[in-house]
Write a protein that binds this ligand. Structure first.
Ligand code: KIV
Length: 258
């Protein structure tokens, strides 16, 4: 586990860190071949369960999906998101993080927040739980429309302080979500731990996307997503072919029978 965290730390200023999300074993197996980090994000709430907000995701859901993902991971660093209200104080955070680590055998956990969770992150790190931070747009705290962060001086100062706090607390990396690019760049240059951007900057040490967005499974895609595949179109074609084969008695053939 520690080796995998060290590997990510070593990547600072030495090439880019490739990260994606997975919610199940089959996807994780494919990602594991290509990614440095595979994250079970609490985005699964909206992506898989049509929840209005990630606030509805609970620890049991995260553990269930992470156990499936675990089966597809061998070489990449495996990170699991801590859901809303699972880390409100040190005791709660430690109890839940330990449970996630034990049951899913992940390498690290991710927490949303900066300065406000400094003492929690520090405590977890002291207890040998590797922590990835998450600053900028925080879906667990966001009310209303999602807009990029770092629009004014105060906001920029706060986000910068969040990054410094997480580094001081001992986080091994920081996700920077939807932050104005020059600020994300400044943060990436200022901290010694890797930054992972999502709608942030090319100058982050790595990038992350929700895999379902990248392959075109989801329908509403924010500006920061690049679609690499239209899987819905491909999927539709094959299902239609199957349907025709069943109707026209072309499936199953002798080859498929006993
Ligand atoms: O929940 C999630 O998938 C995330 C990533 C988008 C960083 O936090």
């Amino acid at each position: 586990m520690i080796k995998k965290i060290q590997k990510i730390l070593n990547k600072k200023n030495r090439g880019k860190i490739v990260c994606l999300t997975a919610y199940s074993k089959n996807i994780a197996e494919i990602l594991d071949k290509h990614c440095d980090i595979v994250l079970v994000g609490d985005s699964l709430g909206s992506v898989l369960y049509e929840m209005d907000s990630t606030r509805e995701v609970n620890l049991d859901m995260m553990i269930l999906h992470a156990k499936s993902v675990r089966r597809g991971i061998s070489k990449s660093t495996f990170v699991v998101d801590m859901p809303y209200k699972s880390f409100r104080n040190k005791t709660e955070a430690y109890k839940n993080a330990k449970k996630v680590m034990k049951e899913t055998k992940c390498d690290a956990i991710k927490l949303e927040g900066g300065k406000k969770i400094f003492s929690i992150v520090k405590y977890l790190v002291e207890k040998n739980i590797p922590v990835m931070g998450h600053i900028g747009l925080l879906p667990q705290s966001q009310r209303g429309k999602f807009r990029y962060k770092g629009r004014n001086k105060i906001d920029r100062k706060n986000i910068f302080k969040d990054a410094i706090s997480l580094e001081k607390a001992g986080a091994f990396s920081i996700v920077i979500e939807c932050v104005e690019k020059s600020l994300a760049r400044l943060i990436s240059k200022s901290v010694k731990i890797p930054t992972i951007g999502i709608g942030a900057s090319q100058d982050c040490d790595g990038q992350i996307l929700v895999t379902d967005d990248l392959i075109g499974l989801t329908s509403n895609t924010p500006r920061f997503v690049k679609r690499y595949l239209n899987i819905r179109k491909l999927f539709n074609k094959s299902i239609l072919k199957y349907k025709r084969d069943v109707i026209n008695r072309k499936f199953p053939t002798k080859k498929n029978l006993y």
